[in-house]
Design a protein around this ligand. Sequence first.
Ligand code: NAP
Length: 245
Amino acid sequence: MLVLGGTTEGRAVAAALAGRDGVRVVSSLAGAVRSPALPEGEVRIGGFGGAAGLAAHLRAERVGAVLDATHPFAATMTANAATACAATGVPLVVLRRPGWTPGPGDRWYRVGSAAAAAAALPALLPGADGRVLLTTGRGGLVHFAEVDAAFWVRAVDPPEGPLPARCELLLDRGPFALDDERALFAAVDPHVLVTKDSGGAATAPKLTAARERGVPVVVVDRPPLPVGVAVESTVEAALARLLGP
Ligand code: NAP
């Protein structure tokens, strides 16, 4: 089985299958971060060369099943997996953790893209003195470059490309504890939090911290899944669907 990973779920799948007789598991990472958290067992790192490259890999390695446990925003990899598996007849299950939902008192503004998130900011800020806590990762920051506000940008590795003129980098990787998020919100005192709808527990405490301080949240919605792919929301269900009970 090929596990497309780079996530908590990808590591959980590898751990669940470690040592299971009769199943060879290879976890695949993009190589996008400098020091990735490695899953148990066999690991390969780096892109396949698009859908065609992945299809060739599936044939060459005689892969029996693909479990796409990539991040909900890794839309290119998920599209390539759907195309390559359809072309080769290899069964595919996408493991997609549920998205976040607002709780009582939350002020969320859902938008369809990073560009739309940037466009939504001026109305939520008190002018040029506005402070934004931006947790959408190091991609798409170019969209925020023209917003006249002070930004605190949290990312795993330093971003490349244009950044907002007033920008402080917070290089850090989840999981994030609620008390640490509370301390961050107290230090930055943001007028707005911007996040992707990543879902999962590891990065959710920022939403609690925002709620406690009455900070509005701009939430970038997930890209759609490819039409017709099999989707499960838990490790157990995804493995059962691919391997049987
Ligand atoms: P992406 O835009 O969907 O993928 C870009 C390219 O990276 C793919 O076309 C593929 O290259 C390669 N790639 C992506 N995931 C791969 C994997 N697991 N194994 C081998 N190659 C992979 O992905 P992304 O948003 O840059 O994310 C990259 C990785 O980071 C993913 O594995 C994802 O699970 C993880 N991650 C992403 C986010 C996020 O917010 N996007 C957050 C946490 C973790 P080829 O076309 O050459 O095959």
